[in-house]
Design a protein around this ligand. Structure first.
Ligand SMILES: Nc1ncnc2c1ncn2[C@@H]1O[C@H](COP(=O)(O)OP(=O)(O)OP(=O)(O)O)[C@@H](O)[C@H]1O
Length: 336
């Protein structure tokens, strides 16, 4: 299946003037259609019809049709632009230079801990290639669409959206750059986030193009960098800090994850990946240190069972470590 064949299949719908982009890759099809915000709700049935039609074509394994809404009097945004969210007071990017350091764990628990402070919180899983939210929040239903707006899935006081809710995980894994931007566009602009104090964005790991575009275009109020205390992770974290500074996004600070381990039997404290490295690094590069999270079996288990530890063990040491980070973030944003 080629892009030209998809465009031919779309011809009977008479939507040539609305097509922003058609991407085809190994049987996966993504079509972006432009509409004004006022038109978007009315066009939802058509969007669904087109999606269903595309899925019936030979050679198409999966199809997603995205309506990119823009203000009536504005020129349509090219795909690399991301919609701004006027009802969201602050967007916070949770990032790490390196994969596997616990960025998603920190993002989810930070969002839950911020909600526990009484703030209106959203959580966007921007990690298109490795969405973690469905598992970490235990949410596996497909979001509904109301008046042309995708409804968030809500848990633990947090509104959430992930590509993992919208397409089967293995499908998004092989998308190309423009398709990723299309999906991010949809998850920011087409989702009914409602009024929020903070939208926590779980960024893709690393400092490549997608991260840079997100950091630049989503206009976050600040970034939280997650690192383990090891030298290698710190080196990558430093790169992350530099990337945000380069595009003028304030780095709110660094969180040290897997900071230390306390033996549940004897209470002995082991500093498996070293301890204090991220704090020392934060000091060295002149950004605040937001707190340390212990290495704890309960954190991994809670992540795997879809019950964030910040919600499970509200008065425990681990939950407190996330509450401490949440308090530092809220303070940095003047939200109490
Ligand atoms: N402090 C911690 N204690 C115990 N386990 C943890 C801790 N932080 C993260 N983990 C576990 O480590 C694994 C990786 O964490 P997570 O998915 O949050 O990392 P990530 O940086 O977002 O990874 P990726 O870059 O691959 O998305 C998960 O199984 C998670 O439960």
């Amino acid at each position: 299946m080629t892009e030209a064949e998809i465009r031919t299949a779309l011809a009977p719908f008479n939507i040539g003037h609305r097509i922003d982009g058609v991407h085809v890759q190994e049987g996966l099809v993504q079509v972006s259609l432009r509409a004004t915000r006022e038109e978007a709700a009315g066009l939802e049935p058509l969007r669904r019809d087109i999606e269903s039609r595309l899925k019936t074509l030979a050679g198409v394994k999966s199809a997603i049709v995205i309506l990119t809404a823009h203000a009536a009097n504005s020129t349509p945004q090219p795909q690399a632009e991301l919609p701004l969210l006027p009802n969201v007071k602050h967007i916070i990017a949770v990032a790490s230079g390196k994969g596997g350091v616990g960025k998603s764990t920190v993002a989810v628990n930070l969002a839950v801990a911020l909600a526990q402070r009484g703030l209106k919180v959203g959580l966007l899983d921007a990690d298109i290639y490795g969405p973690s939210l469905p598992k970490m929040l235990g949410l596996h239903t497909k979001p509904s669409v109301l008046n042309g707006r995708i409804q968030t899935l809500d848990a633990y006081g947090v509104k959430s959206m992930s590509i993992g809710y919208l397409v089967p995980e293995d499908k998004a894994m092989i998308w190309r750059g423009p398709m990723v931007m299309g999906a991010l566009n949809q998850m920011l602009g087409q989702v009914d986030w409602g009024p929020l104090d903070i939208l926590v964005v779980d960024m893709p790991p690393g400092t490549g193009d997608a991260q840079l575009t997100l950091a630049q275009k989503a206009k976050p109020s600040g970034a939280v960098i997650v690192s383990t205390p090891q030298d290698l992770a710190l080196l990558d974290a430093r790169r992350g800090v530099q990337m945000f500074e380069q595009v003028g996004v304030k780095v709110l600070g660094v969180v040290e994850n897997m900071s230390f381990f306390c033996c549940p039997n004897c209470g002995h404290r082991s500093e498996i990946f070293g301890h204090g490295g991220a704090q020392a690094e934060a000091k060295k590069i002149g950004v605040p240190f937001l707190g340390e999270i212990p290495l704890e079996l309960a954190i991994r288990q809670a992540g795997d069972t879809g019950q964030p530890v910040a919600a499970l063990d509200e008065n425990g040491v681990v939950a407190n470590s996330f509450l401490h980070v949440a308090a530092s973030v809220a303070k940095a944003l003047d939200l109490g």
